[in-house]
Each structure stands twice: as structure tokens, then as C-alpha cells.
Design a protein around this ligand. Sequence first.
Ligand code: NAG
Ligand code: NAG
Ligand code: NAG
Ligand code: NAG
Ligand code: NAG
Ligand code: NAG
Ligand code: NAG
Length: 391
Amino acid sequence: MAAAAAGCYVMFRCAALIYGVLFLTISATFASAWNYDGHAIICNLARPLLTATAAAKVDSLLNSQFPHNFSTVCTWGEEFQFLPQYSWSPPLHYINTPDKACSYDYTRDCVGMFGQPNMCASGAIKNYTQQLTTPADTHNKTEAMLFLANILGDIHQPLRAGFVGDEGGDTIRVYWLNTMNGSSTSLFEVWDSVMIHETEERKFNKSTPTFNETLVDILGNMSLAIYSTLSTADVAAWSPCPGGAIICPDQYATESVELACKWAYADVTPSQILLDDYYLSRLPIVELRLKQAAVRIAATFNRLFDPNYVGAPAPPAPTAPPVAAPPVAPVPPVPVSPPADPTVPPAQPVPGPPMVPLFSWLRRNTPVYFCFKRLGLDGGLRGLFLLSLLT
Ligand SMILES: *[C@@H]1O[C@H](CO)[C@@H](O)[C@H](O)[C@H]1NC(C)=O
Ligand SMILES: *[C@@H]1O[C@H](CO)[C@@H](O)[C@H](O)[C@H]1NC(C)=O
Ligand SMILES: *[C@@H]1O[C@H](CO)[C@@H](O)[C@H](O)[C@H]1NC(C)=O
Ligand SMILES: *[C@@H]1O[C@H](CO)[C@@H](O)[C@H](O)[C@H]1NC(C)=O
Ligand SMILES: *[C@@H]1O[C@H](CO)[C@@H](O)[C@H](O)[C@H]1NC(C)=O
Ligand SMILES: *[C@@H]1O[C@H](CO)[C@@H](O)[C@H](O)[C@H]1NC(C)=O
Ligand SMILES: *[C@@H]1O[C@H](CO)[C@@H](O)[C@H](O)[C@H]1NC(C)=O
């Protein structure tokens, strides 16, 4: 029943994507991607580690163009990657590494579905850092910062550098017996969201998935608890990049795939029921990666935005829960064209060989394909989708 309800939410969300309406309302009830909660915790942990100069620069980038504050910086990519105008961006949130290799190589692995170079999380981190460090770059610097914060978080989720053959654990079905009462999910989701939700329910008073101020309190309390385990030595060890570089995403990706092999994939077989021994032994890794992501976002922003930043300061003592921002719905950029009607194939703007209308529609609606994929219904669509990209 719970699985069916979740499926309905996903279906509902898919419909919303197709029509481009109700998006933000729906996303409130649907968790995906080092999901909203993971990214919110990461930003909560990162904020006190920013220098005053860096924090002011972040605020100025937000205030001028974007009605958010730092607590929503990390979660922006979650809300926007499914909007039609960002439908090209999902590949920037993960890296495919070769099956069982347990290693990462930028040139080998940071490629898109058809071998396009740099189309992966580490490539995106380099891309957006480049945009922010090049004064003459004409890309939207607010967006560059928002992408950078979100993807620096994602690259720390071990299975976001998982194997290409199982799509980072997404095709490995497992059953989660704790608060989900045995519902089927994917190994990827276990790492992206389920273990975080389990912890919210067990330790932080969360009993309903309702997305309201209560969740913000829960996330604030959970962030505070994790923050209190962050030591000066951790911050000093995790902040620097080799050779004084501003960013070092290749290091983070290597760590992730190694942790994926050692902890995420280890001892899991398809259709396995995951019990407390899995959850309790893996939760410390989840918390470690949330903390490392936060420290590195703060260090990266300090290096980018504060010319006087020399190194990692000691973390300030935890005080109040660090954040109170609800996941406000930003005003999404207005799509240039009216929302696509799935029954009417859109006009063909690309010169060249004529495209089958279904291919054209699929290509323009990549997020719909990913929705079906999440539902496990992409089997028949996959071939068509790939063909649509080739035509
Ligand atoms: C930059 O991007 C942000 C976030 O998408 C948007 O709110 C803002 O309007 C953009 N600014 C410009 C000048 O396009
Ligand atoms: C770099 O950023 C631009 C602007 O958002 C985007 O169009 C491009 O796809 C990005 N490339 C990578 C590899 O992140
Ligand atoms: C989980 O299953 C048990 C036993 O079937 C039932 O008592 C309990 O109410 C269920 N919990 C939820 C949250 O569905
Ligand atoms: C759970 O809620 C109770 C009552 O509001 C509160 O006293 C307690 O501190 C909360 N626990 C956590 C871990 O937030
Ligand atoms: C949050 O949702 C729960 C469950 O629906 C509800 O009981 C609670 O009153 C809500 N809290 C707020 C502040 O809206
Ligand atoms: C958060 O922690 C505070 C202080 O312990 C507590 O009063 C409050 O009830 C907690 N919030 C939730 C949602 O558990
Ligand atoms: C962040 O923004 C939210 C929503 O606009 C607001 O409620 C919250 O108070 C803000 N927090 C800070 C620290 O400015």
C-alpha cells in the first residue's frame, strides 16, 4: 500500500512535469536525490563554516536575483533539475564508474551517455567553478553558485559515483524493513534518502512525511546533532585541496566509489531485505559524507569568495539549530514556450533529417523518461529514448 502510494506520488509528479504545473507543490511530498533533506542538512552544516566575507558574497549573489538564503542554496538543484529548461542537467548530478572497478578516472568516467566529455558531477564542479572565477564569463553566476553547492553535495553520496551497469544502485531493488515496513526501494534510494528519513523518524520525532515547518525543525535538530560531532581536526583535514587548488572533485569522487564498494554494495544482493545491521553499520558513513560535503562546500566558497581566507578556521560552537528556512517555492523561470502537451508532438525546430515525432517529443521531455525509469517502467521506453537522442 505504501509503495502504491509512493508510486502515485511519482506518477503525479511525472504528470506535473509533463504539464509543467503544480511542480513545487508536488515536490513537497516527494523525496529524491541526496534528497532535499540531505542537501538541506549539508547547507545547515556548511553555513557556520563560511567566513563573514564569503557569506556576504553568497548573500549578494542570492539577493540580487534569487529570493532565497543560504539554507536553500544546496537544495536549489533538487527543485530545478526537473523543470523543462533544465532537462539537460540530471547527468551533472552523478558519475558512472566501471562495474566492480571501485575506481574513478576523470577522462574515462566523466562522460555523457554518448561520450560527451565533462558531462558528470566532477565536470560540472569544474565548469561552475570556472564560471565563478572568470569575471568576464557571461553565465549567470547565481546559478553557477547554486549548481556548485548542490553538486558538491551530490558527489559525496557514494552511489552517485556507483557502477554504470546498475546505474549507481538504482536498478538493484531491495526491501527496507524499518519504518518503510518492507517496501521495495532501490539501493540508490537507500543511500540518497531512505537512511536519512529512517534517522529522522527514529531519532528526531518525524512520524509523517508531511513537508511543513515540522520537517524544518527536524532537519534543524538533526543538523545540530551532526554538527556537534564535527571537530576542528575534521575541518582542518577535509578543507584543503592538494596543491592549494580551489576545488578537488576528483578526490571526492574517488572517495565515493571506494565507499560505495566497501559499504553500499557490500553484502547486498538484489531483492534482499535490508535490516538494522545494514542501517546501523552504514549510517556513520552517511553522516561522514554529509559532514565532508558541508566542510568542502564551505571551504570552496571561502576560497572562491574571500580573498583573505587562508585556511580552515575551527568550527564555531553549535548553538541554536542552524536554520529555519522552509523549502519556499521560488518563482520558477517562466518557460519560453507553453508546456508541452504530450498528445501533440511539438513542431520540429531542428533542421536536418526529419525526426519521428515520438522521438522528438521524448528528447524534449527527457525528465519524463527519467520518471518512468524511477518507476521501473522504462524497459520499453529505453530503446526509443536512446534512439531519440541519436536522431
Ligand atoms: C540567474 O539565475 C537565477 C536562478 O535561476 C534567476 O533567479 C535569475 O533571474 C537569473 N539572473 C539573470 C540575470 O538571468
Ligand atoms: C556548464 O554550464 C553551462 C551553463 O549552465 C551548461 O550549459 C553546461 O552544460 C555546463 N557543462 C557542464 C559539463 O557542466
Ligand atoms: C508496519 O507493519 C506492522 C505489522 O504488519 C503494523 O502493525 C504497522 O502498523 C505498520 N506500520 C506502518 C507505518 O505502516
Ligand atoms: C522530540 O519532541 C519532544 C517534544 O516536543 C522534545 O522534547 C524532544 O527534544 C524532541 N527530540 C528531538 C531529538 O528533537
Ligand atoms: C505538519 O504536519 C503535521 C501532519 O500533517 C500536522 O499535524 C502539523 O500540524 C503540521 N505543522 C504545521 C506547523 O503546519
Ligand atoms: C528540536 O529540539 C528542541 C530542543 O531540544 C525541541 O524543543 C524541539 O521539540 C525539537 N523539535 C522537534 C521537531 O523535535
Ligand atoms: C531564509 O529564508 C526563509 C524564507 O524566505 C526565512 O523564513 C528565513 O528566516 C531565512 N533565514 C535567514 C537566516 O535569513
